[in-house]
Design a protein around this ligand. Structure first.
Ligand code: IMP
Ligand code: MG
Length: 181
């Protein structure tokens, strides 16, 4: 695919400013809910790395820990096939701890459902989910999402951690890939 051509077909969906304002709101809610209680954020790699980094830097709770999990879903390139496997496991103990799972975007819900069920088996004291973008159109499984940044109906989004074939993760804003007619 011609990357120059693709660049022209990106449409701004969320600006840097909109994202940073929303992250401050999410951080405030989380601070209110947990106060200074020990809290572990588990970010999903790679997509959530920028979101998690910005989110935690807005949280003043001194008892915050951070870890990452990486999963792979196979099948189609732009959507989950229903088969998810862990390729990098969580490395800290979650037993008896408050956990917030941080994901960049929820689409079908299959990835988050898998991770939610997996983390439950690690016996946390509590488990909540925080997503930057809740994309509704292709939802297949219902999962409780406690903290949502933006609700977006449809479209393939890139930037701010989100990729298209590993490109565009570094963009400071979020854009939609507009397919060629
Ligand atoms: P789900 O399992 O279908 O909910 O898919 C979630 C995963 O698919 C996310 O963690 C992303 O990696 C990827 N994904 C879904 N929609 C998009 C998108 O619009 N842009 C980039 N990645 C996406
Ligand atoms: Mg992801």
């Amino acid at each position: 695919m011609n990357s120059k051509l693709l660049k022209k077909n990106l449409k701004l969906v969320l600006s840097k400013k909109e994202i940073s304002q929303k992250i401050k709101e999410l951080a405030k809610k989380i601070e209110k809910d947990y106060k200074d209680e020990p809290l572990i954020f588990i970010g999903t790699l790679k997509g959530a790395f920028i979101f998690l980094a910005d989110l935690v830097r807005n949280i003043k709770n001194p008892n915050v820990e951070i870890d990452f999990v990486r999963v792979r879903s196979y099948g189609f390139s732009d959507t989950s096939s229903g088969k998810v496997e862990i390729t990098k496991d969580i490395e800290v103990s979650l037993e008896g701890k408050n956990v917030i799972l941080v994901e960049d975007i929820v689409d079908t819900g299959i990835t988050l459902e898998f991770l939610y069920n997996y983390i439950k088996t690690l016996n946390p004291k509590s488990l909540k989910i925080c997503v930057l973008i809740d994309k509704k159109e292709r939802r297949k499984v219902r999962i409780p999402i406690d903290y949502v940044g933006f609700e977006i109906e449809k479209g393939f989004l890139v930037g701010y951690g989100l990729d298209f074939a590993e490109k565009y993760r570094h963009l400071p804003h979020i854009k939609e890939v507009i397919k060629n007619e």
